[in-house]
Design a protein around this ligand. Structure first.
Ligand SMILES: [Zn+2]
Length: 805
């Protein structure tokens, strides 16, 4: 006899990543009065605010996170696979809401995808008095597990679903059913609150969605494969009307575009074209075009000019739940080779991926050929080193194709055209052609998935944007129009802490625009790091709820310890560094902005930190700035999407040197003065000491003296009036120091009075006969080294007509 039972479905609160196709049957959205729900006003960001201020587990670096999903070690690429292996509770179904003893109760747990290696499944219910009853495991059929228990009259009471326990890959896991929102109850010889007697199969009063599982002589029929048709056949009391509109929409297709090469790896280069630049442009155009279709989410393995490892690319796709992986490349060979070709997975290991990959490859190749590119066909390439898949079949040659197959989706390599072919290259030099190529890829992918460009009402996209692991925030962006009475219900919870009913749901009502952004902060989730689950449901005006998308977001709870240090204590070189704890997957680089306080930011320089382990650092040389005073250093983390996250403001100082300037000796008799520069304080040392000296207001007699270092460490110059045209009067003396950074700065000035030296002219009648006179110039050496002295003599009478030298 085939017995059909209606069952209560408790929430599809999947507590882990859902990889692959999700067959969502129905969902219960509990509008618990305790739930913190904020309603979306027009364009206003909303946040579910935690009431929890217990402040626990802010950061526990030593905690054993081995079994935590999403604990990513630095530089790891293919590390954590626990994600995909963690199955989820789809629903739990109780045969009889009211059981009369003695009698057997049957409970079905729909768990995972049916492909996991689940051992020792156990299920327990708890009676209202605390007694725990363990059900006996009966049978497993795909993802359905049947449990039963014979109740006797002594076991009267109301029972609630408590724990589902299982062993997966040797590790015991336990799901607290109540914690994840499964609220399944039944009464034994007793009616529980909310249950209407006589309506044991279904209870319309319950604000729960119902579904049906066939139980035929203990043999389970997969309910999730075609739950709609099962429902339509059911004799349950669920009315036909209530089933209408329960269109189960699968989640968006996830397309991962992989722009080949990048960063230090330029790929092929010819005819003035570099592969890495073209692949990125094509991917961007492709993404832009593909996002015009509904039902698709597009990711890119890189969106900037950075190097990404081949395995890392596929790992990213896997984390995003890729349906296809499309690697974008340009070809190179001899100049004659031309046209487009696409590589797809061979038939080894998984023939479905081979078949799907071939179709995808052909769909894209056809579009490229229609652009006028030569048709080189779609191809497979087997390992040439004899590598095998685990089943012994020959492996695919290309890493991304092979790893995509192992990850469960088709990966293809599109070689669009040949950079080495002049005709192909000429086309690729036109931006308009590159755009056409991107659109052709998108069109091919859309044809593969049968996507259409529905407008407005049908269109729905959702994605995680603005993931900031330092601020511990991320934003869920939903694009999709709501009609009157419709709403989105967004459930978010961390794998670490599970579902907190107080901080689970955000309800988004109809608003003016199509876009909604909901901001999340992990501080509202007890600072949990790792995977956050995001399930988006659409609720129609009849309160029918459909899961429209599931996503995850891996949060790292990153922090930065930023410092700036004087490398040698000489104020010459400063090292700015940022040590990142829990390096986020989205970190592109660390940058430091450095400028001196003087003159605003006119000397601002950006430095990109050099990575060593988890420390990024850069050297700041003062000689490149040549300024004293305060220097500002701001550290930023630049994320892959181009966002700059401010990390810390720091500063350092470069001290201006000081010295004492003294006029030591002033010698009136020879026209000199000695000046000393002493008590010099200069952190970076002294390159030279310069002393400009002048007496005239217009500095026409300016002379720069270079001071000589003395044995006692002071510096000295000698001012010679002879260097200043023997000008008399006040001499101005300044002192400049050029320090170890090459900064020349005036540090002191003084004056001194300088008089002509005491030279004299003497005329003497030596014989007293007025026949001959002796003319003498005395103290001539005061004028320095004299080559010749000339005397001019003339009689006053008749002007200088008798002048003799
Ligand atoms: Zn390439």
């Amino acid at each position: 006899m085939k017995r059909k039972i209606a069952v209560f479905l408790s929430a599809l609160m999947l507590w882990s990543t859902v990889a692959g196709s999700v067959n969502v049957a129905a969902a219960e959205v509990q509008e618990n009065s305790n739930t913190t729900v904020e309603t979306q006003n027009d364009n206003e960001d909303i946040n579910t605010i935690s009431q929890d201020d217990s402040g626990v587990n802010y950061e526990n670096e030593n905690s054993d996170t081995q079994n935590q999903v999403g604990n990513v070690e630095e530089n790891s690429t293919l590390t954590d696979n626990s994600n995909e292996e963690q199955p989820v509770i789809n629903y739990l179904a109780v045969d009889q809401g009211y059981l009369q003893s003695p009698g057997e109760q049957q409970v079905v747990v729909s768990f995972g995808k049916g492909t996991e290696n689940i051992e020792q499944p156990r299920l327990s219910f708890q009676k209202s008095d605390g007694t725990v009853t363990e059900f006996a495991f009966g049978k497993k059929d795909a993802e359905l597990f049947l449990f039963s228990y014979d109740f006797s009259a002594e076991e009267k009471g109301v029972y609630s679903a408590k724990t589902f326990t299982y062993i997966l890959n040797g590790v015991e896991n336990s799901v607290d059913l109540e914690a994840i929102g499964v609220n399944a109850k039944f009464g034994v010889d007793e009616v529980y609150e909310g249950y209407e007697a006589g309506n044991s199969d279904t209870n319309a009063e319950q604000a729960v969605e119902a579904s049906v599982v066939d139980v035929e002589s203990g043999k389970l029929v997969s309910a999730s494969t075609d739950i709609a048709s099962t429902l339509s056949e059911t004799e349950s009391a669920i009315s036909a009307e209530s089933l209408e509109g329960r269109t189960v929409r699968s989640r968006n297709k996830v397309v991962v575009l992989d722009p080949g090469h990048g960063g230090s790896d330029g790929g092929a280069a010819a005819n003035g074209l570099v592969e890495k630049n073209l692949t990125l442009k094509i991917a961007q155009y492709c993404k832009e075009e593909l996002e015009k279709y509904s039902g698709v989410t597009v990711y890119m393995t890189r969106s900037t000019d950075v190097a990404v490892g081949l395995e890392e690319r596929v790992q990213m796709a896997k984390n995003w739940g890729a349906d296809v992986f499309v690697s974008i490349h340009m070809n190179s060979a001899s100049p004659a080779a031309t046209g487009a070709e696409v590589w797809y997975p061979n038939s080894s290991y998984n023939s479905e991926i081979h078949n799907n990959g071939q179709k995808l490859a052909s769909d894209i190749e056809n579009e490229l050929v229609s652009l006028g590119l030569a048709n080189r066909g779609v191809k497979i390439r087997n390992s040439e080193s004899g590598s095998k898949y685990s089943d012994g079949s020959i492996a695919d040659y290309y890493s991304v194709i092979r790893n995509s197959k192992l990850a469960g989706f088709p990966g293809i390599i599109v070689e669009h055209a040949f950079l080495t072919n002049s005709a192909d290259a000429e086309k690729l030099k036109q931006e308009s052609f590159i755009k056409k190529v991107g659109i052709a890829d998108a069109t091919g992918i859309a044809k593969y998935f049968n996507l259409s460009k529905e407008e407005d009402s049908g269109k729905f996209t959702a994605s995680v944007i603005k993931k900031n692991d330092f601020a511990r925030t991320f934003t869920v962006k939903i694009n999709g129009k709501l009609s009157d009475g419709e709403s989105y219900r967004v459930a978010v919870w961390s794998n670490k802490n599970g579902q907190d009913p107080n901080n689970l749901w955000t309800i988004v009502n109809k608003q003016s625009g199509n876009d909604v952004e909901i901001n999340y902060n992990t501080t509202n989730y007890k600072n949990a790091d790792g995977i956050y689950n995001i399930h988006i449901y659409k609720c129609d005006k009849n309160e029918k709820v459909t899961c429209v998308q599931t996503m995850t977001c891996n949060m790292y709870n990153s922090s930065a310890n930023c410092k700036v240090q004087d490398t040698t204590g000489e104020e010459k070189n400063f090292k700015a560094s940022a040590k990142i704890t829990n390096v986020p997957d989205t970190l592109n680089r660390i940058q430091f902005a450095v400028w001196s306080d003087q003159n605003g930011q006119d000397d601002l320089n950006w430095y990109t930190g050099t990575k060593s382990g988890n420390v990024w650092s850069t050297n700041i040389a003062v000689k490149n700035y040549k300024r004293y005073g305060k220097y500002n250093v701001h550290a930023y983390a630049v994320l892959n999407d181009g966002t700059s996250v401010f990390l810390k403001a720091m500063s350092f100082n470069v001290t201006k040197p000081t010295a004492k300037l003294t006029v030591e000796k002033q010698n009136g008799s020879n026209g000199t003065a000695e000046v000393t520069i002493s008590n010099i304080q200069s952190k970076s040392g002294i390159n030279s000491v310069l002393v400009p000296v002048w007496s005239q207001g217009n500095q026409s007699d300016l002379v720069w003296y270079t001071a000589q270092k003395q044995s006692n460490g002071s510096y000295k110059i000698t001012i010679d009036m002879g260097n200043h045209n023997y000008n008399e009067g006040t001499y101005r003396i300044a002192c400049y120091i050029v320090d170890g950074n090459g900064i020349q700065t005036g540090i002191a000035s003084t004056t001194c009075e300088m008089k002509l030296p005491n030279a004299y002219l003497n005329v003497k009648d030596t014989a007293g006969t007025e026949k001959e006179f002796q003319v003498t110039l005395g103290n001539a050496s005061a004028y320095g080294n004299i080559r010749q002295v000339q005397f001019a003599v003339w009689s006053v009478q008749g002007g200088q007509d008798d002048l003799i030298w």
